[in-house]
Structures are given as structure tokens and as C-alpha cells.
Design a protein around this ligand. Structure first.
Ligand code: ATP
Ligand code: FE
Length: 368
């Protein structure tokens, strides 16, 4: 059967159709990046207007791409939380409208869970429940044991910023956008690219956050503040003009990427040891999945994969098309819900599904 997925939690309008075997029949993604970057961040009412203006046409294009009629859909999956309320409500209202009009069940989707399950769509036999997931994105940094849709146990999360958020803010402060090739890129991608051409990758060094703590929590605010300080110092020394960029920005990006990578590895190592000690993988082969927008980063992924292999743990991530926000992962989460309990979605009352206030997972465990 076919599942429609609608994603509007932030600044991307994503609509897609996926079937039970994980085949993608349509994937429409409209980014708002170019409207927001100029203002130095997302403006929620502006994001809402753009979602509203585009969602119906995106849906029509999606049906056209898939060559399907709405009657053929098994259900409509939609992100209900977490995200920007003004953005979420646009997708939710559109989903309600479609569900009523075509008498289809509606399936509410937790956005971070969708990130966490997405890799299973492309690796259905390799990734079985339970597995350890590192969720690194624009708004989150979490380690969780994934037992199934709606069944995630949080092991640790960031105490302050998310890594993607830190990359975006630092890239803006560094003014990477003055370089034409990075003008429309997100901060993380621009930093990854600039770091590749570093001449002296150890010129900038950062202390490891939470080095003395054994738990699985993260902190990126220290790295961010140290970055701002290092950039300011360098700008003074070089007398960089107010609209210019420091000469050794590549070295700086390499140092920053290395610091973030080391912190992610340190915490993931603790989580792996914790899960192995307590046999939380059960009979399943130990598996680590990296997901969320920051999982696009090849250096970060390779480092984590290397770490996992030292524990005989396999390591996967979604393909790059699906690491950042998209409709496919929402549709796939709908498929997973359907496979887990085919009747459940039919019991849900469309009017009672709303943008949920709480962003957390049901259970958490302090892994120390
Ligand atoms: P959340 O999922 O927590 O609600 P979000 O949906 O805004 O946040 P995603 O779309 O999952 O986040 O990811 C976007 C983030 O990924 C951005 O902050 C961006 O800087 C980061 N990112 C994208 N590509 C890369 C890359 N190659 N390296 C590092 N970071 C990256
Ligand atoms: Fe996301």
C-alpha cells in the first residue's frame, strides 16, 4: 500500500509517497532557504506564509510524479511535533482536509522519530529493532535506543545548543556566505566543504565539552562561544573589514569540525558501552544509526563508523537525500506505524490529532 507523508515542521515543505516495500514513488521538497538566509535565521510567520502558498501545488505534483489517485492511498502521515507551531499547523490542517475529503486515516508523526527510522527504509534487512541512534540536526542532539515507532528510549541529549544550530550560527558569524559558492548553503555543509581545503587543520583547537562526565549528554554552547572568540581575535589581528572573512577560515572550519566530531564520538562511545554492558541490543547485532541533517557530514559519519567498528557494531545512515528534512521520512514512519499495528490508525479521530506540545520521547534512561 501507498502512504502520503507531509512535512512542514520548519522551513521545508516536503510531500512524498512511499510504499510498504520502501519504494519512493514521489518526493517533492520545497526549501525556503533562500528566503530566510538573508535575515540570519528563520522567521516563523514568513515560513508559515511560504508553506501555505506552496503546499497544495506540492501535493498535486506529488500525485502526478507517482501517477496515483488519492483513492489509492492507505493513509496520510503528517508531522505533528516537534517543530515551529506556525509551520506545523499548515501541514496538519492540509492533512486533515485530505483525510476528510478522501476518507483516509491520518497518522501523526514525531519528527525526530521519523529521522531515527528513515535508515530502515533503505536498509530493511540490516537494521532491525532495537538499535542505537544518534540524532544530530538543526534542533536536536540525542542518543536513543530505538525499539519501534513510538518506542524510543532517550539515553542523553544536549544541555544547550544542537550541533547543526551551532554550525549555522558559527558559519554566519564567520561570514562564510560572502563566498559566492556558499551563499545558498546551510552552515554545516559550508563548514564541511571549507574544512576539506585546510592547510593547517590543527591551527584552531577546542577543549572537549563535558570531558569529566560519563553520561550521554551533549553541549555545543562552549564550542560555539570559543568559536566566536577565536574569530573575533583573528579579525582584530588581521583587521578584517566588517563585511570580510578571516584569511585562514578553512583552518578554522577544520578545527571546529574536529571538535564537534570528537565530542559526538566521546558520547556515542559511552552510549555503545552502556548498551553493550546491559545487553540492550538483545539478540540483534549491535547497530548504530546516525541521522538528522548533520549526518550528511562525511567526516563525522566516517569517524563514528570507525568508532562503532571497534565495538563490532555496524553503522548506517540514510542516504544524503533523506538525512535532512523531507516528506519521505514522514511517509516511511506512517508505513512503520501501519506495519506495527494496521488497525491503530483507523481508530484515531482526525479532529483529536493536533500539534503536540511536548517534544520528548516517551521514556528516558540516564546512561551513566
Ligand atoms: P530538527 O530535526 O532537530 O527539528 P531541522 O529539522 O531543522 O532540526 P535537519 O533538516 O534535520 O534539521 O538538519 C538541518 C541541519 O543540518 C542544519 O543545521 C545544517 O547546518 C545541518 N547540516 C546539513 N548538512 C550538513 C553537513 N554536511 N555537515 C554538517 N551539518 C550539516
Ligand atoms: Fe529535522
Amino acid at each position: 500500500s501507498y502512504m502520503l507523508g507531509i512535512e512542514t515542521s520548519c522551513d521545508d515543505t516536503g510531500i512524498a509517497i512511499v510504499d510498504t516495500t520502501g519504494r519512493v514513488h514521489a518526493n517533492v521538497l520545497e526549501s525556503q532557504q533562500k528566503f530566510h538566509t538573508r535575515y540570519g535565521g528563520i522567521i516563523p510567520p514568513r515560513a508559515q506564509d511560504l508553506h501555505r502558498a506552496r503546499i497544495a501545488a506540492a501535493y498535486e505534483r506529488c500525485l502526478e510524479q507517482a501517477q496515483l489517485q488519492p483513492e489509492q492511498l492507505a493513509g496520510i502521515a503528517v508531522t505533528t511535533h516537534p517543530g515551529l507551531p506556525l509551520s506545523l499547523i499548515v501541514g496538519l490542517r492540509f492533512a486533515r482536509h485530505l483525510a476528510r475529503r478522501h476518507r483516509k486515516p491520518m497518522l501523526p508523526v514525531h519528527h525526530m522519530e521519523a529521522h531515527a527510522l528513515q535508515a530502515r527504509m533503505e536498509h530493511p534487512t540490516e537494521i532491525s529493532y532495537p538499535y542505537l541512534c544518534l540524532l544530530i540536526s538543526g534542533g536536536h542532539s540525542q542518543l536513543a535506543m530505538v525499539n519501534g515507532p513510538g518506542r524510543l528510549t532517550l539515553l542523553g541529549e544536549t544541555l544547550d545548543d544542537a550541533p547543526g544550530e551551532a554550525f549555522d550560527k558559527i558559519a554566519r558569524r564567520l561570514r562564510l556566505y560572502v563566498l559566492p559558492q556558499y551563499r545558498l548553503w546551510n552552515g554545516g555543509r559550508a563548514i564541511e566543504h571549507a574544512a576539506r581545503d585546510a592547510k593547517n587543520p590543527t591551527a584552531f583547537e577546542f577543549p572537549l565539552p563535558l570531558a569529566q562526565q560519563r553520561n550521554c549528554n551533549f553541549s555545543f554552547a562552549g564550542i560555539k562561544n570559543n568559536s566566536f572568540r577565536a574569530i573575533r581575535k583573528q579579525e582584530r589581528e588581521e583587521r578584517t573589514p566588517p563585511d570580510g572573512i578571516i584569511s585562514n577560515y578553512r583552518d578554522f572550519c577544520a578545527g571546529l569540525l574536529n571538535a564537534v566530531s570528537r565530542h559526538l564520538m566521546h558520547r556515542t562511545q559511552r552510549a555503545l558501552e552502556y548498551c553493550l554492558e546491559r545487553q540492550l541490543f538483545g539478540a540483534a547485532p549491535p547497530t548504530l544509526v546516525i541521522s538528522g541533517g548533520v549526518a550528511n557530514n562525511d567526516a563525522i559519519f566516517e569517524n563514528l563508523k570507525h568508532l562503532a567498528s571497534a565495538y563490532n557494531c555496524r553503522c548506517y545512515r540514510p542516504s544524503k537525500l533523506y538525512c535532512s528534512d523531507n516528506g519521505v521520512m514522514i511517509a516511511w514512519h506512517g508505513i512503520e506505524q501501519l506495519l506495527q499495528d494496521p488497525k491503530q490508525s483507523l481508530r484515531l479521530d482526525i479532529d483529536k490529532i493536533d500539534v503536540a506540545g511536548s517534544a520528548g520521547f516517551q521514556q528516558s534512561m540516564i546512561a551513566d
